[in-house]
Design a protein around this ligand. Structure first.
Ligand code: ZN
Length: 484
């Protein structure tokens, strides 16, 4: 079979909701909820028909007939970095192909997969991926989307079919979306020509700005945010970066900007050879880096770069399980926090799709490297899972450019009901349930229900599309592996 099994129609935002669904809930009461300032008791959330919270009241009594949360409420996690199609080949690169496997040998395998895949296959993979994300604590995603063209490098016309596949996957599953079309022009620093494996990624600057103009109304129509992702300094020359950012500003002066910045030491060495500066320093000196920016994989920085980047107001985009999977290195969180930096988490290559597990890996990496415990706790929140959840939600929301910064009026009603019957959680106080969810549920989900913009997308741990989306995903992967 060449294409995915057909999924339900994607032409309505409520595609995942059965026709017989009751009127949408606009309020819920919870015995415990994690608000931006910390845990609160007897909380009532109320939202408007657009799914925005209008009131968050503590000390409330549950009204007769009012929906009650089954367990503690925590804010939904924004996933600030995703390449959806890469979910299709997880597990296929975990063998030694040469004496010293690295990010670069992984990238060769990833390019081989990317060279074959078509828009219907991308839609099937992304649909399943977003089902997985919603079941695993993420309620929105920043899609760093660089697979634009057909296998010969020709644009899909008249529509940008690849970007539309991502939009449809988000709409079908109810996933909140920030779409970040990736600008990619060169194969290395100094204007090196791209190679054949990169031809599906390439845009001239004008063509990219036209693509943004095409996508803006499509994103607006489904509540998605449009931004831009200059892929990296090795893929975007300085003049292009300046022109593209000016074009983005003309379209939307507050649109988010994401960039891969310092994932690999080779990339840092090449940047220094080209410019005399490491990439984060170069960017700080040549672009107006600020709160619109997300620095993805800011893994290799000097302490001074780290402090200055943190103070810029940009968000550090951390992807602990992918960075571990690829052997990237570990982020300098101590200097980042000293500079007051914001951070969030992403699942990137999707070797792991679980918000709690990303937090666990981040904290464990810090414990291993500092030989301390509860490193990410802070004076206001000594419970490390609570502190990390609040920080990652705030940073992820800023990076996404969407109002998803936690349970407060004006934000979207994006939240998770933890499962109080899960063996790891049962009988514990709410804050310890969250700790057990992050550190003690070991690869099982302790999530009962997940809500996005006031609509329940996951009930009893399952998304309505789970079975059909999983079957379509498996079909696509079988095709991709068979064709390899
Ligand atoms: Zn990435």
């Amino acid at each position: 079979m060449k294409h995915a099994r057909s999924l339900p129609p994607a032409n309505a935002a409520s595609a995942a909701t059965p026709a017989t669904a009751p009127p949408p809930t606009t309020t819920i009461w919870a015995a415990d909820a994690l608000l931006p300032a910390g845990w609160a008791r007897d909380v009532e959330l109320t939202w408007d028909p657009q799914g925005r919270l209008t009131d968050v009241r503590t000390g409330a009594s549950p009204a007769a007939g009012q929906a009650r949360a089954v367990g503690p409420l925590i804010p939904g996690m924004p996933n600030l970095h995703s390449h959806a199609f890469q979910r299709g080949f997880c597990g296929l690169t975990e063998y030694r192909a040469q004496a010293a496997d690295s990010f670069w040998s992984w990238r060769d395998l990833m390019y081989r997969c990317a060279s074959r895949i078509d828009p219907a296959q991308v839609e099937a993979i992304a649909t399943w991926l977003y089902v997985e994300m919603l079941e695993a604590g993420y309620t929105s995603v920043c899609e760093f989307h660089y697979l634009h063209h057909d296998p010969q490098g020709q644009p899909y016309a008249p529509r940008p079919d690849m970007a539309m596949a991502i939009l449809r996957a988000a709409q079908r599953t109810g996933m909140g979306l920030t779409l970040l079309p990736v600008l990619y022009q060169t194969g290395g620093f100094g204007g090196a020509a791209p190679h054949a494996g990169q031809r599906r990624f390439l845009h001239g600057t004008d063509a990219m700005l036209r693509l943004l103009g095409t996508l803006k109304p499509l994103c607006d129509a489904q509540g998605a945010r449009l931004g831009l992702a200059p892929h990296s300094l090795r893929a975007v020359p300085p003049d292009t970066l300046t022109e593209a950012l000016a074009g983005l500003d003309a379209l939307d002066p507050t649109a988010p900007i994401h960039i891969h910045i310092a994932e690999q030491t080779k990339e840092v060495d090449d940047c220094i050879a080209w410019s005399g500066l490491p990439p984060v320093r170069w960017l700080l000196e040549h672009a107006q880096v600020g709160p619109r920016w997300c620095l993805v994989h800011a893994t290799h920085m000097t302490p001074e770069e780290t402090l200055d980047a943190a103070r810029s107001g940009a968000v550090a985009g951390l992807c602990p399980t992918t960075e571990a999977n690829l052997g990237d290195g570990f982020f300098d969180m101590a200097h980042w926090r000293e500079g007051g930096g914001l951070w969030g988490i992403g699942s990137d290559s999707h070797a792991t799709v679980n918000a709690a597990e990303e937090l666990q890996w981040l904290e464990y990496g810090l414990r291993l490297t500092t030989r301390q415990r509860n490193v990410m706790a802070d004076p206001a929140q000594p419970h490390v899972a609570t502190a990390m959840t609040l920080a990652a939600v705030a940073g992820g929301a800023q990076a996404s450019g969407r109002p998803v910064g936690g349970l407060q009026p004006g934000a979207q009603a994006d939240f998770i009901e933890l499962d109080p019957t899960h063996v790891a959680l049962a009988g514990l106080p709410a804050r310890d349930m969250l700790s057990a969810h992050v550190f003690g549920s070991h690869r099982t989900s302790a999530i009962a229900n997940a809500w996005v913009a006031g609509q329940a997308r996951v009930r009893d741990g399952r998304h309505a599309l789970r079975d059909t989306a999983a079957a379509a995903f498996v079909d696509v992967r079988r095709t991709l592996v068979t064709d390899a």
